[in-house]
Design a protein around this ligand. Structure first.
Ligand code: NDP
Ligand code: 2IT
Length: 445
């Protein structure tokens, strides 16, 4: 079957799954030339087998809230592809979670994990449970209820979940505790664990740091660097926080961050002290970003809006999918943005990607620029298998080397005849080839 035929068939088979179809269409649109060079792929119906998840696990999660009411949420795990290693990918807790969103994330994860150079297949999971406004005890009971079903489907050589939106160190800890209780096994079945029980140093920082290392590499292709560059950041969670931290270390000036209610613009820049305030606000007090403007009165809070209409040199979306639409992309280009690096997964809609590419600005898709998180998860798995713990410097050096490697692969497969680097094509082709070759070698399974 031709790549375009596969998309049409998936649209008919899964009509209510727009994000999944969006992600598949984006990838297939860029790998077609490479795919057509390999008639053996078509004979093995490789594309259809690569696009449809190996397995979709769906379950009920019932738990008791602080008032004694019984609540029921949906739980999911999408085991997309394990051709190159055990299933691997985060867990998302957010009220918007549904099958379409998790299938798009698991599909993307398969290519991302392939790019990291480490042996990891692709997966994603989660629930429509939202930790927002819940007490710590409620979050614990939910995590335990979720794991009481998930534990049968995961294992260090089978499937290794981690965090994503709404799942950080606290939630990973509660889920790990329940797995241990149910199985009597102390195993590396989750990454992003606490430092005291098998977590890797630099894992909390890895996605944000990796995003900025990648951005540095992109700028280097044009003889430029981050010093003095103003940056629009969205999100205020894990990825946004450590993106801001690394931007500051490299001399850039972050101007914005956001949550699902709105964004703050700080004309003086978000410095180290202000970042420490954001970390305390979001990670400990679990407050809202509008409080930043009360703490720092020079900053302005914009309720219900996104930061993309402000003027800056660089933009890095670090919140969620489809947060940059065509209008926002046009505004960024009109305001002179030179680079867009995605910390989030699929934050830019297809029409907006076209705006960036037509303007020939540096633009990189999340599966390459945010791969640092899962890469250090892979390093955490290695440390767990070895029963050793590496130093900060060792992990950071490996993370840096992996991000350089991903960048090189994007350049190799994405450089156009006019010299423009199409990072979307580069990342998709490089990610695809490794998985495709592994699938071919393993027969029709
Ligand atoms: P967090 O939960 O730590 O932070 C998410 C941030 O995005 C919060 O500020 C949140 O605001 C905001 N947000 C979430 N959903 C929406 C929405 N629907 N609309 C607007 N804002 C929203 O998550 P992470 O930082 O871990 O994840 C951010 C992105 O990075 C996601 O796309 C994730 O898939 C991706 N990613 C994460 C990795 C990781 O290692 N954690 C690795 C690679 C990619 P609020 O507080 O209001 O919910
Ligand atoms: O989207 C992602 O890459 C993640 N949420 C991290 C996955 C992981 O297994 O560390």
């Amino acid at each position: 079957m031709k790549a375009t035929e596969v998309v049409e068939k998936l649209k008919t088979r899964f009509p209510g799954e727009p994000e999944y179809i969006q992600a598949v269409s984006q990838v297939l649109g860029t790998i077609e030339d490479e795919y057509n060079k390999h008639p053996e792929f078509e004979k093995a119906n490789l594309i259809e087998r690569l696009c449809i998840p190996d397995r979709v696990i769906e379950f009920r999660v019932s738990w008791v809230d602080d008032k004694g009411n019984v609540q029921t949420n949906m739980g999911y795990r999408i085991q997309h592809n394990n051709a190159i290693g055990p299933y691997k990918g985060g867990i998302r807790y957010h009220k918007s979670v549904n099958l379409s969103i998790l299938k798009f994330l698991a599909f993307e994860q398969t290519f991302k994990n392939s790019l990291t150079t480490l042996p990891m297949g692709g997966a994603k999971g989660g629930s429509d449970f939202s930790p927002r406004g819940k007490s710590d005890a409620e979050v614990m009971r939910f995590c335990q209820a979720f794991m009481s079903e998930l534990y049968r489907h995961i294992g260090p050589d089978e499937d290794v979940p981690a965090g994503d939106i709404g799942v950080g160190g606290r939630e990973v800890g509660y889920m790990f505790g329940m797995y241990k209780k149910l199985t009597h096994q102390f195993q590396g079945i989750l990454t992003g664990k606490g430092q005291e029980f098998g977590g890797s140093l630099i894992r909390p920082e890895a996605t944000g740091y990796g995003n900025v290392y990648f951005l540095e590499n992109m700028l280097k292709t044009r003889g430029d660097n981050l010093k003095g560059k103003t940056v629009l950041v969205s999100g205020a969670g894990n990825v946004a926080q450590y993106t801001i931290e690394k931007l500051l270390q490299l001399g850039a000036k972050p101007l914005t961050c956001s949550d699902s209610d709105g964004y703050i613009y700080d004309p003086d820049g978000i410095d180290e002290k202000k970042l420490a305030y954001i970390m305390e606000l979001k990670n400990v007090e679990r407050g809202r970003i509008k409080e930043y403007a009360e703490e720092y009165p020079n900053a302005v809070y914009h309720e219900g809006e996104k930061p993309w209409f402000e003027k800056a040199d660089i933009a890095t979306p670090c919140a969620t999918q489809n947060e940059i639409n065509e209008e926002a992309a046009k505004a960024l280009v009109a305001n002179g943005v030179i680079a867009v690096s995605e910390g989030a997964n699929m934050p830019t809609v297809p029409a907006a990607i076209k705006v960036f590419q037509d303007a020939k600005i540096l633009y990189c898709p999340g599966k390459a620029s945010n791969a640092g998180g899962v890469a250090v998860s892979g390093l955490e798995m290695t440390q767990n298998s070895e029963r050793l713990k590496w130093s900060r410097e060792q992990v950071d050096e490996k993370l840096h080397a992996i991000m350089n490697d991903i960048h090189e692969n994007c350049v190799k497969y994405g450089t156009q005849p006019d010299g423009y680097i199409n990072y979307v094509k580069g990342a998709n082709v490089a990610g695809f080839l490794k998985v495709a070759k592994a699938m071919m070698a393993q027969g029709i399974v």
